[in-house]
Structure formats: C-alpha cells, structure tokens
Design a protein around this ligand. Structure first.
Ligand code: NAD
Ligand code: ZN
Length: 273
C-alpha cells in the first residue's frame, strides 16, 4: 500500500497502454508534474539496472543481499582483512557490468534530458549505464566500478578497466600497493565534488524523478528529500514501496523499463512534440 496522499496505481505502468484510449493515473500525473516543474532531475538506484542483468542489493529474489552480505564485502575493513575475497566479488560484478547494456529505462532518462525536461541524473549506481545510454550530465555519488585507484595514501594512481583485472588482487603499477575499486564503500565519505554538485542540483530543483532505489543508503537518500524540503515534488518509480515512498507526491508502481518509456511518450504528447 502506498501512503495516503500519494497517487498509487498497482499492477505496473503497462496497464495504461492496454486500456485503449484511456490514459490516466500516476504516469500521466508524473508527466504533467515534470512539465510543470521549473527544474527537474532524476535520482536513480540499482533498480534501474536490474533489467540490464545487474543484481540489486535489496529487493527482488535476485538481489545481492540475499546471496552475499555487501556489508561483509563492501567495506574498508573487509578489504584490509581479505583483499582477495573482496576482489573476487568485484571481478564478478565488473564482468556483469561489462556484459550489461543500457535498458529502455536508462534510454528514457537520456531522452528526457535531450528534451530539456530533466537536467541531470544523480545516481547511486556504479555501472556507468546512464552514460552509455546517452545521458550527458551524470553525477556519480558512489563512484564507478570500472575504475580502480591505488589504496596507498598519497600515490594517486587511477585507471579505467576494459576487463576484470587478470591477477587478483591487482597491484599498483606505480608503487606496488594494492589497487582497489574506485567506489564508495559502507562507512566511507562520498566524493565531495559529486556531493556538492548533487546538492546544488537538488536545492535548485522543484521536481525529482526517483527510480529504483530503496532509499536507505545515506547520505545519498537525502538528495530527493531536499527537493521535498524545498517545497518540490517527488515522483517515484519502483516495483515496491521504498523508504522514500512516504514522501512521494506521485508513486508509479512498476518496472522502470516499462514506466519510463511510457512517461516519455506522455510528456511528448502533452508537450505536443
Ligand atoms: P537497492 O538494491 O538498495 O534497492 C533497489 C531498489 O530497486 C528496491 O527498492 C527495488 O524494489 C527496486 N527495483 C528492483 N527492480 C526494479 C525495477 N525493475 N524497476 C524499478 N525498481 C526496481 O539499491 P540502491 O537504493 O541503489 O542502494 C544500494 C547501493 O548499492 C547503492 O549505493 C549502489 O552504489 C550500490 N549498487 C549499485 C548497483 C549498480 O550500479 N547497478 C547494483 C547494486 C548495488
Ligand atoms: Zn600506488
């Protein structure tokens, strides 16, 4: 159940396309709200990439949480204790990301940016699929899994991967220290520049389109809440209610890859383009 006040339609957004001639409900409300907004952006989480074959952490039977505990693997302590174990997990995830392709949800957000409806995507994802789908302004709050950096303080070596490292754990070619994935682990601060940019976008926007996030990872989850705090609207797309749903003005219950293309279609119709 969606909380009182949110427009909630269960049974996936595709429902609307099947009801011939009748277009209504949450997706239409969302399209209107986006067009009415002065400035809007998208805030995304692992759910938007689930249909590209990249497991989420939480939610869904294929989530990583069910099979591994990311808190045991995605922490600086785990890396210090057993870098090989952590790297084996990352090598597997890097392979998944390299094999994955952007899905219609990523492409729909790129299209909304081209149409001038949203001005950026702020993402918690580390898979780079927004950029590959054509989004131009992407703020990565949690880094990127295809980048590595030296774990030794002061070395500063960084590189981008086109395949998983051959030898695990990989070593820094400059100083021989351990390389680590250039992602934000539990307990680590966010990259200050990305955070500042995301906060500036959120504080100057009056609408945010939240897609596929459980909304429990902080401080990232503050970003959509800042919009609400400033009097703006939160439009949310998720297969199930999240921690953000109580604050959402419009809740679209459905798969991102079905709801977002439909949203683009309605925005186009309403805008007459
Ligand atoms: P999460 O795993 O905590 O939550 C995923 C959310 O997506 C859930 O609310 C779920 O209901 C929803 N969802 C699942 N399938 C969906 C679909 N098809 N359409 C719409 N919604 C769907 O993810 P999170 O909130 O992003 O937080 C997890 C953290 O883990 C992030 O900080 C991120 O860095 C990292 N992570 C990233 C990736 C990636 O880059 N693809 C994958 C897993 C985890
Ligand atoms: Zn080094």
């Amino acid at each position: 159940m969606a909380p009182a006040g949110a427009v909630s339609i269960s049974g996936a957004a595709t429902h609307y396309t099947r009801v011939a001639g009748v277009v209504g409900g949450a997706v239409l409300e969302a399209a209107k709200a986006l067009l009415k907004a002065r400035r809007a952006f998208a805030f995304t989480g692992a759910g938007i990439s689930a249909e590209s074959g990249i497991p989420t952490f939480r939610g869904g039977s294929n989530s990583l949480w069910g099979r591994f505990d990311p808190r045991e693997l995605a922490t600086p302590e785990a890396f210090a204790r057993d870098p090989l174990k952590v790297w084996k997990w990352y090598a597997w995830r890097i392979e998944l990301v390299l094999k994955a392709r952007p899905n219609p949800a990523h492409k729909a957000l790129a299209e909304l940016e081209r149409m001038g409806v949203i001005e950026a995507v702020v993402t918690q994802n580390v898979d780079g699929l927004h950029q590959r789908a054509g989004s131009r302004r992407v703020v990565e709050l949690h880094g990127n899994i295809l980048r590595v950096r030296c774990s030794r303080a002061g070395c500063g070596f960084r590189a981008t991967l086109s395949e998983p490292p051959k030898e695990l754990p990989p070593r820094c070619p400059r100083c021989g220290g351990l390389l680590r994935p250039d992602v934000v682990w539990f307990g680590e601060p966010l990259p200050p520049e990305a955070w500042r940019e995301a906060e500036a976008i959120a504080r100057s926007s009056d609408a945010v389109l939240v897609v596929g996030t459980s909304g429990v990872v902080y401080p990232a989850a503050y970003i959509p809440l800042m919009v609400r705090e400033g009097g703006g609207v939160i439009i949310e797309v998720n297969v199930e209610p999240s921690a953000i749903t109580p604050y959402a003005t419009i809740f679209i219950r459905g798969k991102a890859s079905e709801a977002l293309p439909k949203l683009v279609e309605l925005v186009r119709e309403l805008a007459g383009t």
